[in-house]
Design a binder for this molecule. Structure first.
Ligand SMILES: [Fe+2]
Length: 375
């Protein structure tokens, strides 16, 4: 591994593809595998990185030797650590120590033509007995935004058998595992036989529940098929075909609200949220609970047009809509930051439709996925 120190004191290393990679001296220094810098037990930083001299320079460096800096400090420079920094086969634990984390699989954008044979899916017994199978399931969930688990016991809290493998469920004011079936005096349209337009769940909460675990106990009524839309795919199409609408939906906060006798939940946020790099990280759509503020009329013109353009992409007639039928004993796990879900209406005259669902937070599921990947 060829090292060069540039004229301005930065470390240059030949990368995996031969292209030089230049490391900032402070970047190296603040994560150096030196017990004076990083606590060996916790992997957490001991030095106050923000107090590192801004003009820090590398003065000498040898692979599997020492790296020295202009303020007189020095530390070890293991080859495996440097290789990890280059992204060339991280040594065990090194990725985390470098602050790089475990990368997730790339998102696979899909549409209504996705064949059921290509759904990420697994049997509960397999993911219970095999960490590798559970890791593969979570990788599929990360890539596609949903996964189907079969063989889940058809009992009231059978869905918790999967949740128990991942971590604690998100308990809300409605409890933990809750019924999704038509009832008299429904407090939410979910609890009626009415069709449900594509939506994300509970956008009025902060944080929004990360994942929905929907467990099918009975589904023999006429109708009641599940629908899914890849909201990231829809957002990408909007950004490509209608950048003004995309900009409007990423920069206009709307209010989502749920209010009853015991809860007043409200979250002001955009329909499409991006990170600092401009990548879409969350989509929201919930016609039942969304209200936009009394913005200047010109701004409202733009918002209503942009909302209509987004809706056209995710509406039931859109080619992005995937439709299928959950069978008893199947559990559909959905990324509530990425997918819009819905259902066709159903008739109680011919049978019944009974689902149970609970939520999990994103850090709970993400933590399990990363642990399984680094095991
Ligand atoms: Fe829902």
């Amino acid at each position: 591994m060829d090292l060069t120190i540039t004229a301005d004191g930065r470390l240059q290393v030949a990368g995996p593809a031969g292209a030089p990679v230049v490391f900032h001296p402070i970047w190296l220094r603040e994560r150096l595998p030196d017990p004076a810098v990083i606590d060996p037990q916790t992997g957490q930083r001991l030095e106050e990185a923000a107090e590192t001299p801004q003009d820090l320079r590398v003065t000498a460096a040898t692979v599997d030797g020492t790296i020295s800096f202009s303020d007189g400090c020095s530390g070890p420079l293991p080859a495996a650590w440097l290789a990890s920094a280059l992204g060339a086969g991280a040594a065990p634990g090194m990725g985390a120590a470098l602050g790089m984390g475990a990368p997730g699989p790339a998102h696979v954008h899909w549409d209504g033509t996705l064949h059921p044979a290509d759904f990420p899916r697994a049997d509960l017994a397999d993911v219970q007995s095999s960490p590798a199978a559970l890791g593969a399931l979570l990788d599929g969930l990360d890539a596609y935004g949903f996964a189907v688990v079969r063989g889940v016991p058809i009992e009231m809290d059978g869905g918790l058998r999967l949740a128990d493998l991942l971590g604690p469920i998100r308990v809300t004011n409605w409890g933990g595992m809750a019924d999704v079936k038509a009832i008299p005096n429904a407090y939410d349209l979910t609890m009626t036989p009415r069709h449900l337009e594509p939506h994300s769940d509970n956008p009025y909460r902060d944080p929004v529940p990360g994942y929905i675990l929907l467990h099918c106990l009975q589904n023999d009524a006429d109708g009641g098929d599940s629908t899914l839309v890849d909201g990231f795919h829809a957002a990408a199409i909007l950004a490509r075909d209608n950048p003004d609408a995309f900009h409007t939906l990423t920069t206009t906060d709307v209010t989502f609200r749920y209010h009853d006798d015991t809860a007043f939940l409200q979250h002001d946020c955009p329909l499409i949220a991006c990170n600092a790099a401009g990548d879409v990280v969350q989509v929201r759509y919930n016609n039942r609970t969304e209200m936009v503020g009394r913005l200047p009329v010109g701004q409202l013109d733009r918002y209503y047009a942009a909302r209509a353009a987004f809706w056209a992409l995710i509406a039931p007639a859109s080619p992005l809509t995937l439709r299928f039928r959950l069978q008893p004993g199947e559990l559909l796990m959905m990324d509530n930051y990425r997918l819009f879900h819905g259902r066709t209406g159903y008739s109680l005259a011919s049978g019944s439709r009974h689902m149970r669902q609970c939520y999990m937070d994103r850090d709970t599921v993400g933590s399990r996925r990363r642990l399984l990947r680094t095991a």
